[in-house]
Design a protein around this ligand. Structure first.
Ligand SMILES: Cc1cc2nc3c(=O)[nH]c(=O)nc-3n(C[C@H](O)[C@H](O)[C@H](O)COP(=O)(O)O)c2cc1C
Length: 191
């Protein structure tokens, strides 16, 4: 069965990113597939120390909640990153997890051992919500997310972004966001 994982990078429970991700998950579940969600804000993930510990092995030497995430990233066929825009970039929760994927970068580019794809291939989806109406937040987040996806050997991803959505739950009032997220979930697994 296709394995789908999702990273929630917002600290706000029932916030806009959370609500959007829930709709995407519903779209995926409509095909009777399960989604493993990692609520990054509740996990113990230390920032990358640039210690070089992964240079020759492709394995991070820090022992924390990333250990579980590393395994899941390896096995996943579909990977979703859902983040609010903070200071025109991905949230710190998202970025901290991404920086720790430096070990995959070493594995792929130094050791020349990219993660191998399964029979469904590897595809990604980026969900973004920003309170302001400034595209730069999406552009910066997109650049980082693209580097993340390629590093973990996800060669293609779609991006769904909503700007001008600020107050908690404001996404519920957006004319198309929830439907778009639901459809993006369906497309991710059956596109
Ligand atoms: C620390 C912080 C920084 C923010 N910076 C930006 C920003 O640079 N650009 C923007 O569009 N929105 C910014 N926002 C607004 C959030 O993107 C917006 O409120 C969003 O809906 C939050 O999503 P959530 O409900 O999933 O947490 C910021 C919010 C916080 C808390």
């Amino acid at each position: 069965m296709m394995k789908v994982i999702a990273f929630l990078g917002s600290p706000r429970k029932d916030g806009n990113t959370d609500l959007l991700l829930k709709e995407t998950v519903k779209g995926i579940k409509s095909f009777r597939l399960e989604v493993t969600i990692f609520n990054l804000n509740e996990m113990n993930i230390k920032p990358c120390q640039d210690c070089g510990g992964c240079d020759e092995t492709g394995e991070c030497i820090i022992d924390d909640d990333m250990s579980k995430i590393y395994q899941e990233i390896r096995k996943a066929d579909r990977i979703i990153l859902a983040s609010p825009v903070f200071f025109f970039a991905l949230s710190a929760q998202s970025k901290t997890m991404i920086d720790r994927c430096q070990s995959f970068w070493c594995e792929k580019y130094l050791l020349k051992k990219p993660i191998t794809e399964g029979k469904y291939g590897r595809k990604g989806l980026l969900l973004l919500v920003g309170g302001m109406k400034k595209e730069v937040g999406v552009q910066c987040s997109e650049a980082t997310a693209k580097a993340f996806f390629r590093t973990i050997s996800v060669p293609e991803h779609k991006t769904l972004s909503f700007l001008g959505v600020d107050a908690k739950g404001a996404i519920l009032k957006h004319p198309t966001a929830l439907k778009d997220a639901f459809e993006a979930g369906k497309k991710l697994v059956r596109g």
